[in-house]
Design a protein. Sequence first.
Length: 386
Amino acid sequence: MIGIWFLVELFFLPWLILGAFIARFVTKKIDVGIGPEPILSHPYHQAALKIYGFSSETFVQEVYDIFDDFDIRFDKKYSGKLGQLVRPFAIYFHVIFRYKILYFYFTGGPLAKCKAFLWKLEPHLLQWARVKMVVMPYGGDVQEVTRNKNLLYKHGLAQDYPSLKLRRKLIERKIDLWTINADHIIGGLDWVDYMYHWDTLMISHFGINTEYWKRNEGNLVPKDGTIRILHAPNHRNLKGTEYIIRAVENLKKEGYSIELILRERVKNNEIKHSLENIDIVVDQLVIGWYAMFAMEAMALGIPVVCYLREDLKELFESQNLLNKEDLPIVNAQWFNIEDKLRYLISNPEKLQTIGQKSRDYVEKYHSLEVLGKQLALVNNKVLQVA
């Protein structure tokens, strides 16, 4: 297969160079292109940018089962085996003539799927086409596991993603490629463990539509005395699912009226419905920080239990990105999850207080307005250099 890709890439190379040369002199109509990985955060980036007057467009090379809300899907335009070979080049020409700035991940831009040599040349082609590159992590694109000192996390990755060992060297090379050549790097979350440089540090580049994810007062009070706990075990070892199940079973034996609801591979448009009538969300006990699912629950005023690393709290607070006193999340790990849940279900009056603090936290740190302001600063920096 590499041999086929080599021949295809060799054939397209002169056309890519010619396209980049022409694109240098073309006025690009859209400020920001967001893609090509099908990541849930794309529409939030788009909405946040709109608030600050930036035009943007989302595009993807393919979609995952749980989410497909993007402006342009190249997998529909270029399907089948031949379509898969041509698709990266179609995306490339689309990008270089259309976008002033490209937001993408460490997997790479439009030529990320090229398996022979063009992925290494991609930053230089985009530079020549005068497309500004803003690169940010999303998770698996930077998880070079030898850089992580959290052994339980490393074990979870090995169990949930055994094929990651085959991609370690490639991940390392792509981190180097884009760190050196991108116009701007965004860091945040626990991703900073794997990165050695960033131009902008954020708690997270994820944002949330606080108008859509609104608090529903009626859903925060147990109606029949039973505390309902939701956990989404998409990655059971990374999230510590077995510890959560064990803790709930032990608490049931002690006589507590609780119900654990497990929702796996839930489509994005069903998540809000899944959170109705939920009193507590347990996110994860291993990774060390929260992401989109926890933010959605907090926006609805639902208390979240999640492991938060102290060093990450200190990092974000030291850079004036966070006031630790604002954090509403109940910090728990595998060895104390039972105690944390026991406290919450023994003091149900705390749930509403934590829930309101959770909503306030999301509005202060993760609203589209807050994210848009951060991204606008990034865009203005890279465009000023142009």
